[in-house]
Design a protein around this ligand. Structure first.
Ligand SMILES: Nc1ncnc2c1ncn2[C@@H]1O[C@H](COP(=O)(O)OP(=O)(O)OP(=O)(O)O)[C@@H](O)[C@H]1O
Ligand code: SF4
Ligand SMILES: [Mg+2]
Length: 320
């Protein structure tokens, strides 16, 4: 029998309503729509898609930093939506987030030691002064930083060092699951490679499971075991291995526009031709139809469902 996944997401949907105005009616849109997937323990799963496709909303839903309109998140067998506040807070120790922008994620008034130990304070877990110094030094060493940085302030650190502090803070409570939301997007390419190497090493050493979000499919295929591709709030394809040949025309277009063999030379996806439709006016059929070279009348009238196979694809005319 296969092991239970660490995390299971079932039919997750999040609606937002526009504020409207005197002559403008309020409109509703689904930033994340009917998203389901499992994360096996110890896996690194990428989530990729263009800006606005719902990646960060999905990240916040998975950690229950945002309530779902519909659907469930089951973490280690517990339905997060049904946990009472105290139990949810306890479970949150096991699941942490690393943000894109280490500049805004760390309070500029905090020393580095205080920043990495903040989760203990948030969780109401007191540490003695001696324990604080030791714990901060251990966490800094764990992410490859000199413990002497503990007394410094964020503005005295480089971008890469700050992102290491962000990772150290996420690891403070010994979680087993990290959501990494574009963890290297604000860094230089050479620093990006170092952070990816650090994340790989930490995963191996600590047995972590990652949900790795990025708009850069090249980076995701380099760093992840499998890849979820999103378009306008929905999953359009799940690549069961990072190098599986794409079956969805959108994934294919992303790969064609981002390919570079050397990971340090990779550039973010260039914009595909054609406009992404507005989520406030979702087309009737396939959301990718207006940009798709294979679009047929069926595509324009009927929305394709995501197939159930391990290599799931939502397309009426997938590539072989
Ligand atoms: N609090 C909110 N209220 C209204 N709309 C929102 C809210 N948060 C996100 N959205 C909308 O939901 C959609 C998805 O946003 P999200 O931030 O999840 O995208 P993303 O894939 O992370 O984009 P990026 O790559 O730019 O970070 C966007 O259209 C966004 O405008
Ligand atoms: S369903 Fe049709 S329009 Fe949509 S991606 Fe597939 S071929 Fe293209
Ligand atoms: Mg985002």
């Amino acid at each position: 029998m296969s092991e239970l996944p660490l995390l299971r997401v079932e039919n997750l949907t999040r609606e937002f309503t526009s504020s409207g105005g005197l002559f403008r009616p309020r409109k509703r849109m689904r930033a994340v729509e009917n998203v389901s997937f499992d994360l096996p323990r110890g896996s690194v799963t990428g989530v990729v898609g263009e800006s606005g496709c719902g990646k960060s909303t999905l990240a916040r839903l998975v950690l229950r930093l945002l309530d779902a309109t519909e659907g469930r998140v089951i973490f280690q067998g517990e339905d997060l939506g049904r946990l009472p506040p105290l139990a949810l807070r306890r479970t949150r120790r096991r699941m942490q987030m690393v943000f894109q922008d280490p500049y805004s994620a760390i309070d500029p008034r905090f020393t580095i030691a205080r920043a990495v130990l903040e989760p203990f304070q948030v969780q109401g877990l007191p540490l003695t002064t001696a324990d604080q110094a030791e714990k901060a030094a251990d966490l800094l060493r764990m992410v490859g930083l000199d413990p002497a940085l503990a007394g410094k302030y964020p503005h005295q650190l480089s971008g890469g060092q700050k992102q290491r502090v962000g990772i150290a803070r996420a690891l403070a409570l010994e979680p087993n699951f990290l959501v990494l939301d574009e963890p290297t997007a604000s860094l230089d390419v050479s620093i990006q490679a170092q952070i990816i190497a650090l994340l790989e090493e930490l995963r191996d050493r600590l047995g972590l499971t990652y949900l790795f979000i990025s708009h850069d499919l090249g980076l995701v295929r380099y760093a992840c075991d499998r890849v979820i591709v999103m378009y306008l709030g929905s999953i359009v394809e799940i690549l069961p291995t990072a190098h599986a040949a794409p079956r969805h025309p959108y994934t294919k277009a992303l790969i064609d526009s981002s390919f570079a063999p050397d990971p340090t030379q990779r550039k973010p996806i260039t914009r595909l031709s054609g406009e992404i439709p507005s989520a406030y006016q979702r087309p009737l059929g396939c959301a990718f139809a207006a940009r798709c070279p294979s679009a047929s009348n069926l595509c324009r009238s009927t929305r394709p469902a995501l197939s159930q196979s391990p290599h799931a694809v939502a397309c009426h005319h997938p590539h072989d």
